[in-house]
Design a protein around this ligand. Structure first.
Ligand code: ADP
Length: 232
């Protein structure tokens, strides 16, 4: 893999074309930006502007039609599915709107799950999971199952899980979308604290109040970056 950029994320003229019958949909029509390590960026834009397509590419869930994507300096734009899934496991942390916890697992087991897939020693991963539960304020809930937790607590578990592999960046997709506004603010405070401790965060949201917590905002329109706020 080529290595050039030292940003957490560096995308250059990224394009993604979907073939719909005889028509090409240019979901991303040439997007370039870089998120430095330690950055906290919100990706915004109206429905259909290309946010999900961009998120899928940044999350190594899809490959661009053309353009380059450097993840922590490694060009991942042409990797096959196996190598992409390897990148996700080793370098990324995902936070979803619907938390995506496994209902049959405890809090501790949910947090440790990425470490299980990474082949960690069970005692070591349990120790790390407890440490991360403490970091998100859930040290007294280790044996609980997701259904025994509030929505805000479930999202805290998901945030702890996203940190387990010490990822290059956290990718959050509408992280407060299923929460009331007070709980959403608490989750944003937690993300802000993590960012202040040095964690790089990229978050997709359509809510300006939520995006205001990020240090930078990138506005998409018609598959292009319309403008950025907070400097480039
Ligand atoms: P957003 O997340 O901002 O709503 P999307 O990335 O979902 O935007 O979509 C961008 C454009 O690409 C839209 O015009 C959408 O209809 C189109 N699109 C998204 N996914 C597909 C797909 N799998 N096949 C065809 N067109 C798609």
């Amino acid at each position: 893999m080529a290595t050039v950029s030292q940003s957490a994320v560096d995308v250059r003229d990224l394009r993604r074309v979907y073939r719909m019958g005889s028509e090409d949909v240019h979901a991303l029509a040439g997007v370039s930006f870089a998120v430095p390590r330690g950055g906290f960026w919100a990706i915004m834009g109206p429905s259909g502007s290309g946010k999900s397509t961009l998120l899928n590419l940044l999350g190594c869930l899809d490959r661009p039609s053309s353009g380059a994507y450097f993840l922590d300096g490694q060009d991942v734009s042409q990797l096959d599915d196996t190598r992409l899934s390897d990148m996700r496991l080793k370098y990324l942390g995902f936070i979803f709107q619907s938390f995506n916890l496994l209902p049959q697992l405890t809090v501790e087991e949910n947090i440790a799950l990425p470490l299980y897939y990474l082949g960690w020693d069970p005692h070591e991963s349990a120790r790390r999971a407890r440490e991360l539960a403490g970091l998100v304020g859930l040290q007294s809930r280790l044996r609980h199952r997701p259904r025994e937790l509030s929505g805000g607590q479930q999202q805290r578990v998901a945030i702890a899980r996203s940190l387990a592999n010490d990822p290059v960046f956290l990718l959050a997709d509408e992280p407060t979308g299923n929460l009331d506004s007070h709980t959403g603010e608490e989750i944003m405070r937690l993300l802000t604290e993590l960012n202040e401790q040095g964690k790089t965060i990229i978050m997709v949201t359509h809510e300006p109040d939520i995006a205001a917590h990020a240090t930078h905002r990138l506005f998409m329109r018609d598959g292009l970056v319309e403008r950025t706020e907070g400097g480039q």
